[in-house]
Design a protein around this ligand. Structure first.
Ligand code: RIB
Ligand code: CA
Length: 321
């Protein structure tokens, strides 16, 4: 039976491919897409989610916009990474998929209440919507199967030396999620940096010979230019789809159990995920932490998803009738 999931995202080049992977792979049932401010403003991340669903033929999944700023601090977008639009690079036609009028938190809560089984949440962005859901609707925790998130790192950050962007953007929200008691799996930079979009990977997308394959190659090419410019990395890591891949096929992402604490007060470390891999601190295990990626299997899942969506045009595989 496919695992019911909701993606909470801030498209975002890598969010875009995470949506495609979730929409196409039959191991998951994508019930909703929700958006949040992060890589860009809420207006832009929501428009980008609509753009992705339009070009990928994802027309039967509700998209709801959520929080337009972090819980406490000001929003600081990543236009240096994702560009002014939040998804610079390829041209996207005007979207034909609209937002639903519900706030993201209300839509997630309604689905959790109505769905016959617990739902897995897959946040690939700052955790503002998820923290607000858990705070506004404490009952929702029992109806969440698991939170499998892209964020944090067992090592260094990418927004400060210590903190990764999704956690750094809203540390209070991340703290609420990691302390919620809901089962959490953290896919941090330490594992997503194993998902490098090499020229061979780009060639696989271009070789599909579809508009969607070309758009994905264009997204990765732009992302690659950013990573060369900002981090002198030859190939860009494709962060967000790793969280989806973990739900699709747990064997793709090896995890260990650990305590993860979000640093809120450090002058130079605020937003860091302090991952106690060796149990130095007397703090309870509260997360599975991803450590190793089967990169071959990961890219096969990713390319197969884009191939399936590109083949079927506006009617995607697994679409509910
Ligand atoms: O640090 C990587 C994360 O920040 C990814 O989710 C990317 O989309 C950005 O949101
Ligand atoms: Ca993201």
């Amino acid at each position: 039976m496919p695992v019911p999931i909701i993606i909470d995202c801030d498209p975002g080049h890598d969010d875009a491919l995470a949506i495609m992977l979730a929409a196409a792979n039959p191991a998951v049932d994508l019930l909703a897409i929700t958006t949040v401010a992060g890589n860009q403003t809420l207006e832009k991340t929501s428009l980008n989610a609509r753009r992705v669903c339009t070009v990928a033929g994802i027309t039967d999944v509700p998209i709801a916009a959520g929080c337009d700023r972090p819980l406490l601090q000001q929003l600081a977008v990543a236009d240096d990474v994702h560009g002014e639009s939040g998804m610079d690079g390829p041209h996207f036609p005007e979207p034909t998929v609209d937002l639903v009028p519900e706030h993201a938190v209300e839509l997630i809560h309604r689905i959790l209440v109505e769905h016959p089984e617990p739902v897995t949440l897959v946040p690939t962005a700052p955790l503002t919507n998820i923290a607000l859901l858990l705070t506004r609707y404490p009952d929702s925790a029992a109806r969440i199967r698991e939170i499998v998130l892209m964020g944090g790192s067992t090592e260094r950050g990418n927004r400060t030396p210590a903190s990764e962007f999704n956690i750094h953007t809203d540390p209070e929200a991340a703290d609420i999620v990691f302390r919620s008691g809901v089962p959490v799996t953290m896919c941090g930079l330490n594992v997503t940096h194993q998902a490098l979009a090499t020229p061979e990977v780009l060639a696989r997308f271009e070789g599909l010979g579809t508009e969607l394959g070309d758009i994905c190659a264009g997204l990765l090419a732009y992302f690659g230019s950013t990573y060369r410019r900002l981090w002198n990395m030859p190939h860009p890591p494709l962060h967000d789809p790793v969280a989806v891949a973990r739900v699709i096929d747990p064997a793709v992402v090896e995890c260990v159990e650990a305590n993860v604490t979000v640093e809120l007060h450090g002058r130079y470390t605020r937003g860091a995920t302090v991952v106690d891999l060796h149990r130095y601190l007397d703090r309870p295990v509260n997360a599975k932490v991803a450590v190793t990626l089967d990169t071959g299997l990961f890219w096969d899942h990713m390319v197969d998803a884009v191939a399936a969506l590109g083949r079927t045009g506006l009617e995607r595989p697994g679409a509910r009738g």
